[in-house]
Design a protein around this ligand. Structure first.
Ligand SMILES: [Zn+2]
Ligand SMILES: [Zn+2]
Length: 320
C-alpha cells in the first residue's frame, strides 16, 4: 500500500507520468481516484502539493475521456485544494506556475511542476523551494488543472494566452479583417490541420469557433483555391465526433453570438488556454475575488457541445 503520511513513492510519481490521453480508463482511473481521494481527505494539508502534482500529471487523461467518477473526483479535489490553499497570504508577487502557463501546449502540461521535488518547473530561473511549495503556487497549479478539465470552472487564473496562441491570433485577425499579412490560403489550411487527435474541451471549442470566424473569408472570392475550404471542411468533420454527447444545460438565448467574426476569432484562440479563458472571463466582468462558480454565468456556453455542434454545421454550410 501507498504510504499516506510520507512523500509519494517514486513508483507512484512514475505511474502518474505515464498516464496520457491515450491511457485506457481502466488503467488510469484507479490512479486518478486514489490521488483525488488523498487530496480530498486533506486538501489544505502538508501533502496537498503531492496530490495536486499527481492530478496535474494526469490532466491529459482527465481532459479527454476519464471515467465519470474519476473525472468528478479529480475536479472536486482540485477545487477543494483551491479553496483551502488559494486564499492564504504569502510574500510573493508571483509563483512558478505562472511561468509555465506560456508553455501549456494544447493545454496539457507534460513537464514537471516541481511540486514533488521543490525545484521550480523548467524555464523558471529564479524559483526557489519557498515559492514552489508556497500554498499560492500549489493552488495555482490546482486552478490550471481544474480549468483544463472543466473550462470556466475556477476563478483567479492569471490573464494571458500562451505566446504561440497570440501569434496565431494575430495572423488570423489579419485575415478576418481582410488585411492578411501572409498567404491567407496557406494560413487557413495550416489552421484547419492543427487540431490534436484528442483535444481538451477548450482546444476543441476554440478550433470550431476559429473555423466559424474565418469561414466567410474562405468562402469568399478572395480564396480561389478550392483546397482551402476543403481542408476546413475536412478538419471540422474530423472534429465533430470528438464533441461530448452530453445534453445542453443552457436556457434559450444563452448560447453566445458569433455574428462578429473579429470577436469570434479572438475568442477562438482565447478558449484554448486557462490564461486565455481568464481573459474572456475578464471581458464578461467576472469578479476576481470570487472563487465560487456562478451557475447563472453563460460563459461555459462557449464550450457547450450542442452550441458547438450547431456552429460547426453552420460553418460547413458556409464552406460547401
Ligand atoms: Zn507565495
Ligand atoms: Zn448549451
Amino acid at each position: 500500500m501507498i504510504n499516506t503520511t510520507g512523500p509519494a513513492p517514486d513508483r507512484l510519481a512514475d505511474a502518474w507520468q505515464r498516464v496520457r490521453d491515450t491511457s485506457p480508463a481502466g488503467e488510469a482511473d484507479p490512479l486518478v481516484l486514489d490521488c483525488a481521494r488523498r487530496l480530498a481527505a486533506d486538501p489544505g494539508g502538508e501533502q496537498a502539493h503531492v496530490w495536486v502534482a499527481g492530478l496535474v500529471a494526469m490532466s491529459g487523461h482527465l481532459a479527454w475521456r476519464p471515467g465519470r467518477e474519476a473525472g468528478h473526483a479529480a475536479l472536486d479535489a482540485l477545487r477543494a485544494a483551491v479553496k483551502e490553499l488559494g486564499g492564504r497570504p504569502c510574500p510573493h508577487d508571483d509563483h512558478p506556475y505562472e511561468a509555465a502557463m506560456d508553455a501549456l501546449k494544447d493545454e496539457v502540461w507534460r513537464g514537471d511542476t516541481g511540486l514533488l521535488t521543490g525545484e521550480p518547473a523548467a524555464g523558471d530561473g529564479d524559483g526557489d523551494a519557498g515559492r514552489v511549495l508556497c500554498p499560492g503556487n500549489v493552488a495555482g497549479w490546482a486552478r490550471l488543472a481544474a480549468d483544463v478539465i472543466a473550462p470556466f470552472s475556477v476563478r483567479r487564473i492569471p490573464v494571458g494566452a500562451p505566446k504561440h496562441h497570440r501569434s496565431r491570433l494575430s495572423i488570423l485577425s489579419g485575415i478576418v479583417n481582410d488585411y492578411p499579412y501572409g498567404d491567407p490560403g496557406e494560413d487557413l489550411i495550416d489552421e484547419a490541420a492543427g487540431l490534436p487527435a484528442r483535444p481538451t474541451r477548450g482546444v476543441l471549442a476554440g478550433y470550431l469557433v476559429t473555423m466559424n470566424a474565418t469561414c466567410w473569408y474562405a468562402a469568399s472570392e478572395r480564396i480561389t483555391d478550392r483546397a482551402v475550404p476543403d481542408a476546413m471542411i475536412k478538419g471540422i468533420e474530423a472534429a465533430l465526433p470528438l464533441l461530448d454527447d452530453g445534453p445542453c444545460a443552457h436556457a434559450p438565448g444563452e448560447h453566445p453570438s458569433t455574428d462578429d467574426p473579429d470577436y469570434a476569432n479572438r475568442i477562438g484562440y482565447l478558449l484554448r488556454s486557462p490564461g486565455g479563458r481568464a481573459e474572456i472571463a475578464e471581458d464578461y466582468g467576472w469578479d476576481e475575488e470570487d472563487e465560487e462558480e456562478h451557475e447563472d454565468e453563460p460563459l461555459d456556453a462557449w464550450v457547450c457541445p450542442a452550441f458547438l455542434h450547431d456552429l460547426a454545421e453552420e460553418t460547413l454550410t458556409a464552406l460547401a
